[in-house]
Design a protein around this ligand. Structure first.
Ligand code: ATP
Length: 459
């Protein structure tokens, strides 16, 4: 691969960290019947598989529901197998994770997948801050998100935040509110996933006295209650289909009609909505209305999973430690903790990291049990529940391993050990590869290969 091509598919910051170069790339899949599908690859990871919620849906019986994922990184396009049944192969080698050079084909079931250039690169602004309100983040993807939020927050536009559970959508929504001209107004939260389906309507739109059994008095809905402020509609993907036109009408007309009432009442709330669902896929399968989706997605922002921005782990850990009572610092963590935290994939995202830090402060001796045992051989599925405690972490891991044939399970465990070992040795030697190699009793070349294999950076 020439240097030019390699540079073409990396995320690069320039202009003294003020701008991000986003190469224009397209992923093309050739199906077994030779038809081709193409999708652009941007800051969002692109999932390929047979499931309808994938970004590239391949009609191939040998492809798994969520087969593999491609992600643009500072080092190139990272291809990750998502625990597929038949594996993802590059040059006939089954890969768990590998950088895929442009023009090189990967085999996904019976399909062939290639990444290629698709026009001139885009330039995105990067925030100069490593936080947006309470949300901490110094990775390029978070700073690109912060830059967009800095512009969007002061406007009255409806925003849609997409991201896995625990990525910080609510923290960001609060920060958007705090940076808007509505900051002195209320910030009201409704979680469509938590409210019983038959109550969502009266929660959102309010009701008159006697509108239904048990409605002893009139009550304004949350849209009205948020007047002058912001309404954060969490898990909007769970909003019952029959209520979606009603919300759309309310957003368009800025008026609501309470359940049981005839008159329309004006409200003045800005709406920030969020979901961990792939709303576009839900629109395609008919469980989310296209018109409401287009109304909400005027400004659609993707909040990356924590495994996509491990640079954020140290400042997040620092923030969580500082928030303990009494406040702690990184020095209070057991040696090697940060390096070990970086080896884990965090299916529960920042929420799981926060809980892990809380446990580590209480039980530093459990470092390897709490984090090491949790190191996930399989990338997390967004729908999967994060493990809860040390015991269940170990159980969950064993369950996953038991699904594999013994030789594969052994490989997974060895790969995890290798990664954690190398990361820790490098940390102990301040990222000096020669010293780390000597301490490990291996050659520098092998350390370089291990870094590449495990997507680690020396410093
Ligand atoms: N960037 C961040 N900086 C600091 N804390 C964060 C950040 N992101 C998330 N958190 C913390 O992680 C926890 C989960 O965040 P939050 O509730 O905002 O996630 P979410 O995406 O809305 O999750 P869900 O979809 O499950 O509601 C919170 O305690 C929050 O304080």
């Amino acid at each position: 691969m020439s240097d030019d091509l390699a540079a073409d598919c990396t995320l690069t910051s320039f202009d003294h960290g003020r701008s991000l170069r986003l190469p224009a790339l397209a992923v093309t899949v050739t199906l077994p019947d030779r038809r081709t599908l193409t999708a652009p690859l941007d800051l969002r990871p692109l999932v390929v598989g047979a499931g309808a919620d994938c970004d590239l849906v391949v009609a191939d019986p040998r492809a798994s529901r969520r087969h593999c994922e491609l992600r643009l990184t500072e080092r190139g396009v990272l291809l990750r197998d998502l625990g597929s049944k038949n594996g993802t192969l590059v040059r006939d080698v089954r890969v768990v994770e590998a950088f895929l050079p442009p023009g090189v084909a990967a085999a996904v079931g019976g399909c062939e997948l290639v990444v290629g250039a698709a026009g001139p690169a885009a330039v995105l602004p990067l925030s100069q801050e490593s936080a947006f309100g309470e949300a901490v983040g110094r990775s390029l993807t978070m700073r690109a998100l912060f830059a967009r939020l800095e512009r969007a927050a002061p406007t009255d536009e409806t925003l849609l935040l997409l991201g896995e559970s625990g990525t910080g959508k609510e923290v960001l929504a609060r920060a958007i509110h705090a940076r808007s001209r509505r900051q002195s107004g209320p910030f009201v939260v409704v979680d469509c996933g938590a409210v019983a389906a038959n109550l969502v309507e009266s929660e959102l739109f309010g009701h008159t006295r006697g509108a239904f059994t048990g409605a002893a008095g009139a009550r304004p809905g949350l849209l009205e209650q948020a007047s002058g402020g912001t309404l954060f509609i969490d898990e909007i993907g769970e909003l019952p289909l029959d209520l979606q036109p009603k919300l759309l009408r309310a957003l368009e007309s800025r008026q609501v009609r309470r359940l049981g009432a005839n008159e329309w009442l004006p409200f003045d709330a800005r709406v920030v909505a969020a979901t961990h669902r792939n709303l576009r896929a839900r629109v395609l399968e008919g469980s989310f209305r296209a018109d409401l989706y287009y109304r909400l997605s005027v400004l659609e922002l993707h909040v990356p999973a924590l495994r996509e921005r491990k640079d954020d782990i140290p400042p997040l850990v620092e923030r969580f430690l500082a928030g303990r009572d009494p406040p702690r610092t990184l020095a209070d963590l057991p040696p090697g903790a940060l390096a070990l935290l970086a080896t884990y994939d965090w299916p529960g995202n920042v929420r799981e990291l926060r809980n892990t830090v809380a446990r580590l402060v209480l039980f530093p001796e459990l470092l390897h049990e709490v984090v090491g045992a949790a190191a996930s051989p399989e990338p997390a599925s967004p729908a999967s529940d994060p493990p809860e405690g040390p015991a269940s972490l170990a159980d969950a891991r064993l369950r996953r391993l038991l699904e594999l044939p013994l030789p594969e399970a052994r490989d997974v465990v060895i790969a995890e050990l290798e990664r954690a070992y190398v990361a820790e040795k490098l940390r102990q030697h301040d990222g000096n590869i020669s010293h780390a190699a000597e301490a490990m009793g291996v050659s520098r070349q092998l350390v370089h290969r291990l870094l590449l294999r495990h997507n680690l950076r020396a410093r």
